[in-house]
Design a protein around this ligand. Sequence first.
Ligand SMILES: Cc1cc2nc3c(=O)[nH]c(=O)nc-3n(C[C@H](O)[C@H](O)[C@H](O)COP(=O)(O)O)c2cc1C
Length: 745
Amino acid sequence: MVVKSSMSRGASGNCEASWVLHRCHPRPSPQSLAIPVGTACKLLATAPPSPLQARYTHLRNGRMPVFPGLTRSPLVRKSLCVRCAAEATQVETKDQNQPPQTSQGEEKKEVRILSITDDTQSLRARCQERLKFEIEYGLKRGTTDNAYLIRGDNCVALINVPDESFSKTFVSALTGVIGLDEISYLVLGHLSPKRLDALFSLLNARSAKDPLQVYCSNPAAKLLLSSLPEGITDGQQLKVNVVKADGVLDLGKGHKLQLLLTPTPRWPDGMCVYDPFNQLLYTHKLFSAHVCTESDFDVGGWELFGSDWQFFYDCMLAPTPTQAASALEKLPIVAQFEKPSYKGKSGLTVAKADLSFVWSSIMRLLNLSPDKAAALARMQADGDSNGALVVSAICPIHGPIVRTAVTELVREYRQWTEEKVKQNKDVMIAVIYASAYGNTAALAQAISRGISKAGVGIETINCEFTGSEEVVSVVRKSGGFVIGSPTLAGHMPTPVQEALGGILRDSNARSKPCGVFGSFGWSGEAVDEMEQRLKDGGFSFGFPPIRCKFKPTEATLQLCEESGTDLAQVVIKAQRKKDSTAKPTFSTASDVEQAVGRVVGSLCVLAARSGDAESAMLASWVSQASFVPPGITIAVAKDRAVEGLILPGGKFALNILGQGKAGPISKQLLKPFKPGEPRFGDLPISTASNGCTLLDDALAHLECSVVNRMETGDHWIVYATVDSGKLIDDSSLTAVHHRKTGSRY
Ligand SMILES: Cc1cc2nc3c(=O)[nH]c(=O)nc-3n(C[C@H](O)[C@H](O)[C@H](O)COP(=O)(O)O)c2cc1C
């Protein structure tokens, strides 16, 4: 159907007005105002032939557009005119962004059910494989998606629903535990578009007359209410209750759930739930880790899971330290068995506190179940917790239930956050983005990690939820900034335009180095527009624009990480130049440095690969660390590009260089590299069985698996076991790197 468009028409049928409002349709030329209603999207006019375009052309042929989850993203909805959005709403299919699960992947998923206390169970959807592209999944130790069931007085509450890849398995496991109609409450600590499928599957499988009472934050409610599919209505199948300020949900039997809003830019909908009855704290993404081990709890404590928790924190919370600090402030967690503080206590109170600690320590040694221990602790403490959340276990959305390492994990979270907030005061970079499907967000996350590796702070701003004045004020405080946008209907969405406009108008911002990035489908105008407007405004770039078609691959994430590090180094240099009081790192080598410099190591090339991402570095801080199994340690500077590829579970090849042939290899590896540039140039190479690069001119090769790593000042000590090895040349000696000072390689 083709109708005339005119400014006088109502919004539902007016493409010109819609264009003004939503920038969805191309502005019709004055000569021809006749454009088809709801079919004039710029994306239809501009898309080159592609499978995705073929889907869109359905709309042109008078059928519905098939774009997955279209209506689930507020950013996308805002980018479409009323008519197009309404048409698109009617068809939802699987997303091209999320390829269908392979049957192999399905087989590997399971939901494990466990009683944490007498009336609380966990349902942990488990997958041994890396699940998605998100950079925090880089540990490759699988993941879990945790939900919890609490049985109160004649009612049951479910906390969390898992990712859509677990929907089927989850609903069937849940049915095995409880009649779905018996669940009266659903408390959502976090809701993303990818979790809606599990929620709707649950609702569809219920037959209860009463609606499921859903408790969640305002952003989660908005997402949920705007995504309800046909047949599910608010007030009938579910009733959405928005938790505005912190609230309480009383399930009876002592389960008086405290609902604590803990938003961060990455999870604006974040809400923790504290159950004082058994002192369990449900923390959504906070205190999570992507790891799937046999145990449901953190058996092995900090030693086993410390690096997983830290990696998750570094990827997800380190970029937003101010908001992380506010969220942690809301959670004055005290581990149930923590040694008491004697501050303000005297005489009998000290003795009581001490007795309580000794008692609880004995209980811990007896390995009492959390609810029994909690009951005893309650008796001991007389319910007086001085406003603190006394916690027997932290129940996050991913990874183990934290029981052993509550104290360490909470302490480290606070310490990391404090350090990052302080770092931001020294020098930081603003990471500004919007993302409808998470692809641009993943790029932003990888860039942030690269910045963080170089020791520069980050302030992340999701401009969908932040006004342009705040964006400008953060950019003013930063040493540089990056801005990322998806291309939606041929443009960057309005929130990015506003943020960019604010920056361009601010004369203070002009001196700051910047970078642009974004995900697109076929035409990718947003990145070009951002680049052009910043260029025209006289801004300088710390790295070339990053354009990514749909979902980033590991190589793209690696490119982002390296670009982030490069920009951070530009910012550090500028800061040093500005700061005339900055001390040079070392002028003349001290006695200590000269002495430390006499520690020597064999010269090697470490080459690592993960999917299509590859990197390498020259390494001389290499040592044998174990006979059985054969193991080695390597010290890797935190800002090395290869660092992100040698996380626990990762693989690498160690090429041990010989005295005669080390020169040209070292020269090649010591060149400055652009982000993503191949490291080996014309050196003769082959591929190891673990996929990493072997240098044909090396003295010996080792193929290694990373077991663990330890943070040591400005380096990571990586411990790896040797899976296989080969001596190539037994006539030469190992090349050794002799140094004059311990302050340089
Ligand atoms: C409604 C809609 C319109 C789109 N328009 C364009 C477009 O004009 N050009 C383009 O290159 N990609 C377009 N895309 C594809 C998105 O840019 C692509 O899905 C991208 O990965 C989204 O990034 P994000 O995950 O950060 O939101 C469109 C997608 C949607 C849903």
